[in-house]
Design a protein around this ligand. Structure first.
Ligand SMILES: [Zn+2]
Length: 418
């Protein structure tokens, strides 16, 4: 791998500064005009104004990569995805548009349970190939690190199949994947009449095994109406934490259940969704280190028109992150630029806030902020270049992919021909 001297960054967004970002600091991008970077191996060895970096003696030996006046920022860190699934649910999408409710679709065998049925039948290789194609698209949209959850298997063999595929992908393709065990996604059909027996199985058998075998770093639960109760969620996340799995939680999406407060109580890394948080929750989250991961793709795709209160969370001082929630039922997008557009237009985040919420704050929520999420000396050379005149144009041109080059650990993994 060559050493790189990267120049031609009309705006180099380093994102250096406080970690995590809260309140006003969320808009601090560490912007350098006409910036440059030196990369040695997989790491950044110098960052600064071009005139200074070009004079360094290491710069003479490095291969030159001139972006010719593009906006360069850290690769996006997508901290909430359901990467492994067997097929799209486009037919169901059309039924919903035609007026069928989610409950009607679910009764007819659709919804999340149809994904579970198909995943259980799918081979590891077909799941891996599908995910690999999606990962190439993540990279093409500027993402260099992502989190991925199990949760469409819901029996031991199938959950293990997902975690295995994730580990293979982490080894075999360039993007870094942080792994989350979401055995508590929904109650599987076999346990419909005895959900607590399923929670017992998770707590006593599956979670300890996942932790001991090092198959995941995080444990997640869908704490909501129609999924797991607050008491069940507490049991599951507490069991995970006792074996070293850091808690994450799907909280306050469909109904207000107390999931956000539970995240604070258990020192969770992240509370995700939060469309239904109230004022008390917002104040409590602002005093905590729980990252509030907002998923506007979900509200957009479902046509809900009710987004999480990003403005209130930021202004109160909570740590806010953005993610795609890539999944076949409620958010089939892997485009972080599209999520930025939704965050700005629908949740009144400024473009600068949205960029911090898609880089350094999600890196913090994945405990990867020592190596990802900003362009600083010692960190991975993970970056994305956009064919725009100003960073504000990244969310402004919505639904268009203007990412022209993505670098992961010093290797070019996506490049658009001009
Ligand atoms: Zn999710």
């Amino acid at each position: 791998m060559p050493d790189w001297l990267i120049t031609g960054c009309s705006e180099l967004l380093t994102l250096r500064g406080s970690v995590p970002r809260r309140g006003r600091a969320l808009a601090e991008l560490g912007l350098i005009r006409d910036g440059a970077l030196l990369v040695h191996g997989d790491r950044i060895t110098a960052v600064g104004p071009r005139r200074r970096i070009e004079r360094l003696k290491e710069a003479r030996r490095a291969e030159k990569l001139d972006f010719g006046g593009r906006v360069v920022l850290p690769g996006f860190v997508d901290s909430h995805t359901h990467l492994i699934f067997p097929s799209s649910r486009a037919a169901e999408y059309e039924q919903r548009i035609s007026g069928k409710t989610y409950a009607q679709i679910a009764r007819a065998g659709g919804g999340i349970r149809s994904t579970v049925t198909n995943l259980r039948r799918a081979s590891s290789s077909s799941l891996r190939d599908r995910a690999r194609a999606h990962l190439r698209q993540f990279a093409a949209h500027g993402t260099t690190t992502l989190e991925a959850k199990s949760g469409y298997g819901l029996d031991w063999k199938s959950e293990l199949k997902i975690l295995d595929v994730l580990h293979q992908l982490h080894q075999q393709q360039p993007l870094d994947i942080a792994c989350t065990f979401l055995g508590a996604h929904v109650v599987p059909p076999e346990f419909r009449r005895r959900p607590d027996a399923y929670v017992d199985l998770l707590v006593k058998r599956w979670i300890p095994t996942v932790a001991t075998a090092g198959l995941a770093e995080f444990c997640d639960v869908f704490c909501d109406r129609g999924a797991f109760t607050l008491a069940q969620s507490r049991r599951i996340l507490t069991a995970g934490r006792a074996c070293g799995l850091v808690p994450r939680i799907h909280a306050e999406q469909l109904a207000h259940t107390g999931g956000a407060r539970l995240a604070i109580e258990l020192h969770a890394a992240s509370a995700d969704h939060l469309e239904k948080v109230d004022g008390g929750d917002i104040r409590a989250l602002a005093l905590s280190n729980v990252v509030c991961t907002l998923l506007p793709g979900c509200c957009f795709h479902l046509g809900l028109g009710h987004f999480a209160p990003a403005r209130e969370l930021i202004d109160a001082g909570a740590i806010v992150a953005l993610a795609t929630d890539f999944n076949p039922g409620t958010s089939p997008t892997l485009s972080m630029p599209m999520i930025l557009s939704l965050a700005c237009a629908q949740m009144r985040m400024t473009p600068a806030e949205a960029i911090s919420a898609a880089t350094i704050n999600p890196a913090y929520s994945l405990r990867l902020h020592d190596r990802a999420g900003s362009l600083e000396v010692g960190k991975y050379a993970d970056l994305a270049a956009f064919d725009v005149a100003s960073y504000r144009e990244i969310p402004y041109y919505f639904g268009v992919n203007l990412c022209s080059l993505t670098m992961k650990r010093g290797a070019i993994i996506h490049s658009k021909k001009r």
